[in-house]
Design a protein around this ligand. Structure first.
Ligand code: 9MR
Length: 547
């Protein structure tokens, strides 16, 4: 059954049963100016700003409810609409959590994004154990029932129909859906969702697809192919679970644009930006820059309909449980204080994002210098470019291949090929997408890798003031007749002598090859060699990087 979708007026907030003073401020938010809540600015820009919500906190915590209601005009159930919540046993549907989220949205003039229908996770075992015919029918009836329940509700506008269907290399994830039903399950799921609600926007959603990479390109190709076949895919979701330690993904705006050019809406569906805890002001600032970059990427493309953050307070986040030692990923701290990330989101929405009339590119960055070369990586450092508005990041290239991106003036490349010559240069970019001329190039050659089939491991035997004894064991999965391994030490550490191997190098890299008598190692076998190191520090001598 179809119904007319209507725009939800900000004035619907008057129905909000809590925090009336704040609500009044939101109602008065047109035109937006700097002091308004996020949603007022987002609405002025024709985008939504959303958050995932947890039903327990919605029910129990007024501070949580107030922020969810006043700052955001879109919500996604963090867990309440997943299969394990809505159909825990075959054909036994429970909608209490899902309904509570929808009711909250109705009260507060928000739209709901349904998350998620067909996923390999948080789906009860009984589904996985069905045979192919049973699984197909369970999928169709689950979609019909869940989507159908809200098909006439104007606040439920969109669904993640298929979630996380790809591997990182762009192949299809070997989920129980794929194994039993083949890749056609995706088209079937979208058709079932369209039949259940002809008006809802139907999305395919995944993580690590924010920038241009193998996975996002696979998603792009699938969306293009399926739409060519008439499969009703209306939107793509970039989850956006980012981490400061991995850098900001490359070419996010370009990626949004290429999907938009296919004729689908794009949404950022689950943004959080984690850091190694504890927080400090530098990490907060970097996180704020990443949030700003996400907002700017969405604001730059008209088919990007909005951004949802995966919860809003560090008090409740899935991150610390999943990534021990990381957290603080959201724009509010554990006491509901606003962090620099909040200001970044706010300012992006209020200030209008990148200036489309800015066509001035940054100047070329300085020629990079190279250090800490290993068999698989190297660190590049360059002097900053300048820009009339501001440099937002740098991309490091080998020829036309982008090796990595940085927001600052250095980058540690990883994943390089051993014993390979590289000639690299750096390009700066600004928020409007202008790119600088290339910097000068620098050449380096990665170190030789280990012998095929052998993995080195390090053991500190003992240490004394000024030195230590180390030991390396090579374990070989396949038979070898010679071997080579390289140790890289930080400055201040040197290797002075070795036994049961031949050593070359004078630091920071030391290469060890077999002695005459221990080059042959059978499959499953191992050999050990030792060495003496010099070191003037205190505590435990640093372990070497092994390759
Ligand atoms: O935030 C969700 C957490 O509460 C659940 O325990 C977890 C279970 O898989 O799912 C989390 O949300 C995920 C989302 O549904 C899909 N993309 C990744 C999200 C973070 O894991």
């Amino acid at each position: 059954m179809s119904r007319t979708r209507r725009a939800i007026a900000v004035g619907a907030l008057a129905l909000l049963p809590i925090a009336p003073a704040v609500v009044t401020a939101v109602v008065a938010a047109s035109p937006a100016h700097a002091s308004q809540p996020l949603r007022a600015h987002a609405e002025a820009r024709g985008k939504f700003i959303g958050t995932a919500v947890a039903t327990t906190q919605l029910a129990n915590e007024s501070s949580y409810r107030t922020i969810a209601a006043t700052e955001f005009d879109q919500i996604t159930a963090e867990n309440a609409m997943k299969w394990e919540s809505t159909e825990p046993s075959p054909n036994q549907f429970t909608f209490s959590g899902a309904d509570a989220v929808v009711a909250f949205a109705e009260q507060n003039g928000q739209q709901v994004h349904g998350h998620t229908l067909v996923w390999h996770s948080q789906t009860p075992n009984w589904v996985e154990n069905l045979d192919a015919a049973g699984m197909r029918s369970a999928m169709n009836s689950h979609i019909a029932k869940v989507v159908g329940r809200y098909a006439d509700n104007p606040v439920v506008r969109s669904w993640d129909v298929v979630n996380e269907a790809f591997n990182e290399d762009g192949t299809m994830r070997d989920s129980f859906w794929y194994r039993k039903l083949g890749g056609g399950y995706i088209a079937d799921a979208f058709r079932a969702a369209r039949a259940a609600d002809p008006d809802a926007k139907l999305c395919i959603n995944d993580y690590n697809v924010e920038g241009v990479n193998s996975k996002s390109t696979a998603m792009y190709n699938l969306v293009k192919t399926l739409r060519g076949q008439g499969v009703p895919i209306d939107c793509v979701g970039f989850q956006g679970h980012l981490s400061l330690q991995y850098g900001f993904p490359g070419q996010v705006r370009e990626n949004v644009q290429r999907f938009a050019d296919l004729g689908v809406d794009v949404r950022f569906t689950e943004i959080d930006i984690r850091m190694k805890t504890p927080r400090d002001s530098a990490k907060d600032a970097q996180q704020a820059t990443y949030y700003r970059n996400v907002m700017d990427a969405c604001l730059a493309v008209s088919r990007c309909v909005g951004v949802t953050i995966w919860g809003f307070t560090d008090k409740y986040s899935w991150v610390p449980d999943t990534f021990p030692g990381e957290g603080a990923a959201l724009p509010y701290d554990e006491n509901y204080g606003r962090k620099p990330a909040y200001t970044a989101i706010h300012d992006a929405l209020a200030a209008g994002g990148p200036d489309p009339s800015d066509t001035t590119p940054p100047t070329a960055p300085g020629r990079p210098s190279v250090s800490a070369v290993t068999s698989s990586g190297a660190t590049l450092t360059w002097t900053a470019a300048t820009d009339n508005v501001g440099v937002t990041g740098y991309d490091v290239y080998s020829g036309t291949t982008r090796l990595g991106s940085a927001t600052g003036t250095s980058l540690t490349l990883t994943g390089l090929t051993p014993n390979t010559a590289y000639t690299v240069h750096v390009v700066a970019r600004d928020a409007a997408g202008n790119t600088s001329p290339a910097s000068g190039t620098v050449d380096f050659t990665t170190l030789a890798g280990q012998s095929t089939g052998c993995t080195p491991s390090y053991r500190l035997v003992n240490s004394w003031p000024g030195g230590f004894q180390g030991e390396i064991t090579l374990r070989c999965a396949s038979a070898v007749t010679s071997w080579k391994t390289t140790l890289i030490y930080p400055s201040g550490v040197g290797v002075t002598q070795a036994w049961s191997s031949r050593m070359s190098g004078s630091g920071p890299a030391y290469t060890f090859t077999n002695a005459d008598w221990n080059g042959t190692i059978p499959a499953g076998g191992s050999t050990t060699f030792g060495y003496i190191g010099s070191w003037n520090g205190t505590g435990t001598p640093p372990a070497p990087a092994l390759s």
